[in-house]
Design a protein around this ligand. Structure first.
Ligand SMILES: Cc1cc2nc3c(=O)[nH]c(=O)nc-3n(C[C@H](O)[C@H](O)[C@H](O)COP(=O)(O)O)c2cc1C
Length: 175
């Protein structure tokens, strides 16, 4: 698929068919996330890939009861190690989150290119997930996403985005 078609038609998918994802397809997605850029190439991101049905079900309450996440054959939990490359200024504290977010975006776009649905899950309990997965103190959850083949065809161009002339400001803040 053309990259712009992938970007334009990636949508949050909340209804999944139970069909499993071929391992080679899943590997391509995970590799697309692996090669994402990160600040100073420090690569703080790790992906916990959950396929076990019981484990998936246990994740639902940790995602504030978003039951649809467990209907997908795979749930990916994206975590990051706080590797303290805070170069000062306010972005320093966000560095790990930015890096993990880029990797998750690679994952969701690669999923779309493979005909798979995803849905960025930002509503979750970091405390509960940390305990459940036994994450080290300096590792925290940034996002989860279910992955699977969607029910129907949700891959439409998005509605409700602000227009380009509102989004882009040329040569300074004009908002
Ligand atoms: C940081 C972030 C957190 C989100 N958290 C959730 C979530 O917890 N549950 C959910 O169903 N969708 C969640 N979404 C999906 C958004 O609602 C969705 O991306 C947005 O409405 C635009 O729709 P689209 O993805 O279909 O283009 C999240 C998206 C982002 C980027």
């Amino acid at each position: 698929m053309d990259l712009y078609d992938v970007i334009r038609t990636r949508r949050s998918v909340r209804k999944y068919r139970p069909d499993s994802i071929p391992q080679e397809v899943l590997n391509r997605l995970l590799d697309a996330a692996r090669i994402a850029p990160s600040g100073s190439n420090r690569q703080p991101t790790r992906l916990i890939v959950v396929t076990d049905p019981e484990t998936k079900q246990k994740l639902v309450p940790m995602c504030h009861d978003q039951a649809f996440v467990a209907t997908a054959p795979v749930i990916v939990c994206a975590v990051g190690r706080d590797i303290e490359y805070n170069r000062g200024e306010w972005m320093g504290d966000c560095a790990m989150i930015v890096d993990v977010a880029i990797a998750v975006d690679h994952l969701t776009l690669a999923a779309r290119a493979e005909g798979l649905g995803s849905c960025w899950i930002g509503s979750f309990s970091n405390t509960a997930l940390k305990e459940f997965f036994g994450l080290p103190e300096d590792v925290n959850v940034v996002a989860l996403t279910p992955l699977g083949y969607p029910e129907g065809d949700p891959f439409e161009e998005p509605e409700g985005r602000i227009p380009l002339d509102e989004f882009v400001m040329w040569n300074g803040w004009t908002g």
